[in-house]
Design a protein around this ligand. Structure first.
Ligand code: ASP
Ligand code: MG
Length: 400
């Protein structure tokens, strides 16, 4: 059972969470618990580090940030004991949860299940702070923002748990964000692949890396609310799901920017010359489109990147101007990416048509298109995001 930041946002909520755990134990489940920091605490710690220095050391940054989860794990252990349930906190280094890679973004490589199993065998519920680990150099590490989902999946995997419950402040995964489409419905069952696309394409419920980890290890997940008793969303392997809908959900993100190189030469090596310096500068490229050149002389290349990388990308492209002799560099950061996701589209014809037709009915212009087996994404003007999501959601009957 993993509880997110809003679920443990204050001491009342921590007492409430203790009751949820008690119910599970009363039903004879063997439980290990993973917690996030109280909502806002991690951000607050980041601000404090910035006030000390713009260049706060990464190793101390991780030790600092990990403290938020330590607080909630101890408070929850105390709350359970108050209910007469034996529980104790198990910090990342005590287990240990071993990580590798850079500070701020380490990856869990192993969890020592022995101590956790022993604890559970003795009837003592282990309460494990998410997000934190221990490097091979014996330093505290953290595994990236939102990382306690990934901690929970890693622990579920190492304990060979029957399932992993992710408790949050929404009732599950929705067909789209209910804040912009009130007709959105809760998805009962979704495959890892679809959930991964949804999370990567903008659905905020679960961190995408944790979904990837669950998929690789086949850890079944239930996303559900801490604040209601309703069943949540079940995330599982595709063969356990029957598809009655062509698409499963509509996702969107508004943190992209579009870059176009107009009039690049149409000859071998040009695309490689453009994308090499992007790679060298650690810039992740998402959609890529190259036009066919009518005259075999010149063509346009468009790609999208994260908005935060736009400044860097511009300067990289400016440096290429001499070598590539392209005509113009155009950029636009007022774009958003709207995507449909669903394994059902593999076997249904006309899905792209239906999506484009819906957009055209609202006179929304499509700037860039990209597809995979189970998703279609379009780039549209940012101001059209809400309308685009709504009209597509309707067109595919997701509100039914
Ligand atoms: N507290 C960490 C964060 O806010 C980890 C988490 O909540 O999953 O990113
Ligand atoms: Mg969180």
């Amino acid at each position: 059972m993993k509880f997110g930041g809003t679920s443990v946002a204050d001491t009342d909520r921590i007492l409430h969470v203790a009751n949820i755990i008690k119910k599970k134990i009363d039903q004879n489940h063997k439980v290990a618990v993973v917690v996030s920091a109280m909502a806002g605490v991690t951000n607050d710690l980041i601000q404090k580090s910035k006030k000390i220095s713009d260049d706060f050391p990464n190793d101390e940054y991780d030790a600092l940030l990990s403290s938020g989860e330590q607080v909630t794990s101890t408070l929850l252990a105390g709350a359970l004991q108050k209910l007469g349930i034996k529980a104790r906190s198990w910090l990342g280094w005590q287990i240990p949860i071993v990580t590798e890679g850079d500070y701020k973004n380490s990856k869990i490589i192993s969890v020592n299940s022995k101590v956790l199993n022993e604890s559970m065998d003795q009837g003592i519920v282990p309460i494990i702070p998410g997000f934190q680990g221990l490097s091979e150099e014996n330093r505290i590490t953290t595994i990236g923002r939102g990382g306690s989902d990934a901690s929970a999946v890693a622990i579920a995997k190492c304990l060979e748990a029957d399932f992993c419950e992710i408790y949050t402040d929404v009732e599950g995964v929705y067909t789209t964000n209910p804040a912009i489409e009130p007709k959105a419905k809760k998805i009962e069952k979704i495959s890892y692949e679809e959930m991964l696309e949804m999370a990567t394409l903008g659905a905020k419920v679960m961190q995408s890396y944790s979904v990837q980890k669950a998929m690789i290890n086949d850890v079944e997940i239930y996303v559900k609310s801490t604040f209601s008793n309703n069943s949540g969303t079940h995330i599982a392997a595709e063969d356990k799901i029957s598809y009655d809908k062509v698409i499963t959900g509509v996702a969107y993100s508004s943190d992209d920017a579009k870059v176009t190189l107009q009039g690049v030469k149409d000859k071998p090596g040009v695309a490689s010359a453009i994308f090499k310096p992007l790679y060298e500068n650690n810039i992740v490229v998402d959609m890529i489109v190259q036009n066919i050149s009518a005259d075999n002389q010149k063509t346009d290349i468009t790609f999208t990147i994260k908005r935060d990388d736009l400044k860097k990308t511009k300067s990289v492209m400016d440096q290429l101007k001499k070598e590539l002799e392209y005509d113009h560099l155009l950029t636009d950061d007022k774009v958003s990416k709207v995507s449909i996701v669903g394994a059902g589209m593999i076997t249904h014809p006309g899905v792209a048509y239906k999506m484009f037709n819906a957009l055209s009915s609202k006179k929304i212009n499509i700037q860039v298109i990209s597809t995979s087996e189970i998703k279609i994404s379009v780039l549209v003007d940012e101001k059209n995001t809400k309308e685009a999501v709504q009209v597509i959601h309707d067109a595919f009957g997701l509100d039914q």
